[in-house]
Design a protein around this ligand. Structure first.
Ligand SMILES: CC(C)(COP(=O)(O)OP(=O)(O)OC[C@H]1O[C@@H](n2cnc3c(N)ncnc32)[C@H](O)[C@@H]1OP(=O)(O)O)[C@@H](O)C(=O)NCCC(=O)NCCS
Length: 193
């Protein structure tokens, strides 16, 4: 059973991080939860600075404080996924977007990694005193909503988004309840620093 952990992005991961994003381009996949890394492939060093600024941001209608992590497989130290956790919500994110964005690299999907990614994300939310997590996804993205449902999410609302031309669903997860309830399932697959 593969064990996974969160890693704070550093300069040392430059080549791995760029290769991670390039895999999404290669497979023509949607990129989520990468903290904007895809826009910094030519200036990775600036992205590291940006992440620090993201964390220190004062919440406003434009921006909210956020943390971004690599999801790393313990056995070979490979970046298999990423997650972006918004530590506060503004009105825009309450309507659509929520606290968490995530992705798993195309060649490592359907191995249960994203459920572990979300479990680790909930632990990070708990550390930051977020009691209820709000998450959004498209109704036609089963891999995403099934991840949430696997962690006890409840559907709160759905609406047709003109901007996205599809139905957006909003789910909530009770952080403490989920962490306790799924400890024996996902807690066994994580490595804590
Ligand atoms: C969404 C995503 C992160 C899921 O990653 P993953 O590691 O493959 O997910 P997991 O293996 O942990 O599976 C999670 C659940 O989704 C299901 N699932 C995974 N891929 C699926 C697919 N293509 N179709 C239907 N269900 C799928 C799994 O069976 C599992 O459900 P279960 O517990 O009921 O069996 C990945 O597909 C991805 O990166 N997509 C592109 C970015 C994206 O859409 N992010 C979310 C935006 S809201």
């Amino acid at each position: 059973m593969d064990k996974l952990k969160f890693e704070i992005p550093t300069l040392q991961r430059k080549e791995d991080a760029i290769e991670y994003i390039n895999e999404f381009y290669k497979y023509d996949s949607k990129i989520n939860g990468a903290g904007g890394l895809n826009k910094y492939l030519d200036s990775y060093e600036d992205w590291i600075v940006k992440l620090d600024q993201d964390y220190k941001t004062i919440a406003s209608e434009k921006r909210v404080p956020a943390k971004t992590f690599f999801l790393v497989r313990e056995s070979d130290n490979k970046i298999v996924g990423m997650i972006n956790i918004r530590l506060a919500l503004n009105e825009r994110l309450k309507k659509r977007g929520g606290h968490i964005g995530y992705s798993i690299r195309p060649t490592e999907r359907k191995k249960g990694y994203n459920k572990v990614n979300l479990y680790l994300g909930l632990l990070e939310c708990q550390k930051n005193e977020i009691r209820e997590v709000l998450m959004s996804c498209y109704k036609d993205n089963p891999a995403s909503y099934k991840t949430m449902l696997a962690l006890g999410a409840q559907l709160k609302s759905e609406f047709f988004s003109e901007e996205d031309n599809c139905i957006v669903q909003n789910y909530t997860i009770n952080v403490n309840k989920s962490i306790n309830e799924y400890k024996d399932v996902y807690g066994k697959r994580i490595v804590l620093k």
